[in-house]
Design a protein around this ligand. Sequence first.
Ligand code: DC
Length: 231
Amino acid sequence: MGEVSTIAIDGPAAAGKTTLALRLASRLDYLYFDTGVMYRAVTLAALEREIDLNDEEIMAQVARQISINVVPPTVDDGRPCTVYLDGRDVTWAIREPQIDANVSLPSTYAEVRSEMTRQQRRIAERGRVVMVGRDIGTVVLPEADLKIYLDASAEARAVRRLRDYQDNGQDASYNDILASMHARDRLDSQRDVAPLKPADDAVIIDCTTLTVEEVLDRVMQLIDQQEMDAQ
Ligand code: DC
């Protein structure tokens, strides 16, 4: 009793959730699990099969049929984890701008979400996990020991995403990214099922002007405080 074992980190695209969660998981020796890769993998599978992303029923079938496997990095090329789609390494394929532009729609489908949620809960059952997403604190793990909602301005997030693309050698423009960021924010937060929003008991951290170190320190303080209070 008392250990902060399940940690949920939610927030909008490119707020810095991945960096924070990776650092936190490494500091605590917990499993890092990014649920966004699952929605990205479903989207990639559908695009490759030339399925109409508007067809909710077929999208649900795809979500149930495909096998998504997420494991610690298998290649030392800066990837936070390795993602397999039906046994194929799609770690970088799911980061292409085409996936960014399309992923929000399948994420609005209730049956796609329930399949992803089922798999995510199974992974979290073992505890000692930092799980990252949009609805982890609200839907997937409502009993998480600590819930962080990491926010930042759309402009700051667009700058970060632009840097990610450039680091990966991909072409992109700031204005296009900012527009796509606003569009995804709208879709993610206005959907009926599991919309992006902080859980009532989440700690909201706005990191627009904070460094990763500062955010990490804040979260470590929260964990220490909570574990002390529980003793
Ligand atoms: O965090 P990300 O950018 O990789 O997420 C990709 C998309 O997946 C995002 O637009 C919303 C969706 N998503 C979701 O709906 N629920 C989650 N738990 C994680 C991601």
